[in-house]
Design a protein around this ligand. Structure first.
Ligand code: PDD
Length: 280
């Protein structure tokens, strides 16, 4: 694979960053994941807008212009012959040359890394027809989940907890309400109404979420942005998640209880079709 590090395209085994990089020592950095379908980048502008917001929230100067990110994404898709897959982008506060809690001086250049992951058949994931099993896990992440930082240890722990209990993913709960999945936004459908948590510091403002809610409105589906509990989700007709890599993924079981009929729902399936259709 060819990867991108600070303006250079290199074979992956020749690419490196410093052990003093703030991303490595402090998880002081942000990231984006852009899906690629048939060589095309999905929702690129939305991901770049959120990158800008994440960097601004952490006072990291954005090192590249949007067209430079776009050129690099296209170059990596091209050089690695990615038809279906994703481009991962990470920007950290860079390498101050030592470890210190205080931010380094502003002339420390941020570190920019990009790489591709091939995922052949991404749009035809078999799980989309069988659905995911979910377990609920307490949300013990920090209070600024709207910033897409690389501190992903707790979501990784929750994912492992889900796997150890025979499920596909975890829904995180706080004060009795679902915040989101480990790496996706969470939804239920009851009596034809799509319910998903309102935007705040408590969840990541999903780019796929924004697109799916727009398509739902265009298709005259009803949407309510509010919090819901695991008990309400278990009594719902359908459930699903959205993310750049899962698109729209139906959920068929929550904490051992079937959702609705226990089969993938019609609205989730329809939204997935619309999302993939619009992405072509
Ligand atoms: N995760 N919530 C969390 C906590 C996420 O990590 C993600 C994305 C989402 C969905 O956001 P979007 O629709 O913009 O992808 C929601 C990415 C895919 C990841 O970590 O791999």
């Amino acid at each position: 694979r060819t990867v991108y590090v600070n303006g250079e395209y290199l074979p992956e085994d020749q690419a490196s960053v410093s052990i003093f990089d703030r991303g490595f020592l402090m998880a002081d950095g942000v990231y984006e994941v852009v899906s690629v379908l048939n060589g095309k980048l999905l929702d690129f502008d939305g991901h770049m807008a959120r990158l800008q917001r994440s960097l601004a929230a952490l006072e990291i100067a954005n090192p590249l212009a949007e067209n430079e990110y776009l050129d690099a994404h296209r170059a990596l898709v091209d050089r690695n012959a990615i038809s279906d897959g994703l481009v991962y982008l990470q920007v950290t506060r860079g390498n101050p040359g030592d470890r210190d809690f205080a931010y380094p001086s502003e002339d420390t250049p941020p570190t920019v890394v990009m790489f591709t992951q091939a995922k052949p058949g991404l749009a035809d994931a078999p799980a989309a027809t069988t659905g995911w099993k979910i377990v609920s896990v307490e949300d013990l992440r920090w209070g600024r989940r709207d910033i897409k930082t690389v501190q992903l240890l707790y979501p990784s722990m929750a994912k492992m907890e889900a796997k150890s209990r025979g499920a596909d993913d975890a829904w995180l709960t706080e004060d009795g309400f679902v915040t989101e999945g480990t790496s996706n936004n969470a939804y239920i459908v009851k009596d034809g109404v799509i319910v998903t948590r309102e935007l705040s510091h408590d969840i990541l403002h999903g780019i796929t979420r924004a697109a799916v809610l727009r398509f739902a409105a265009e298709a005259q589906m009803k949407v309510e942005e509010r919090s819901f509990t695991i008990a309400e989700a278990q009594e719902a007709d359908e459930a699903f998640v959205t993310s750049a890599s899962a698109f729209v993924m139906p959920v068929v079981e929550i904490d051992g209880k079937p959702v609705g009929t226990g089969k993938v729902g019609a609205i989730a399936t329809r939204l997935r079709e619309i999302y993939l259709e619009e992405s072509r």
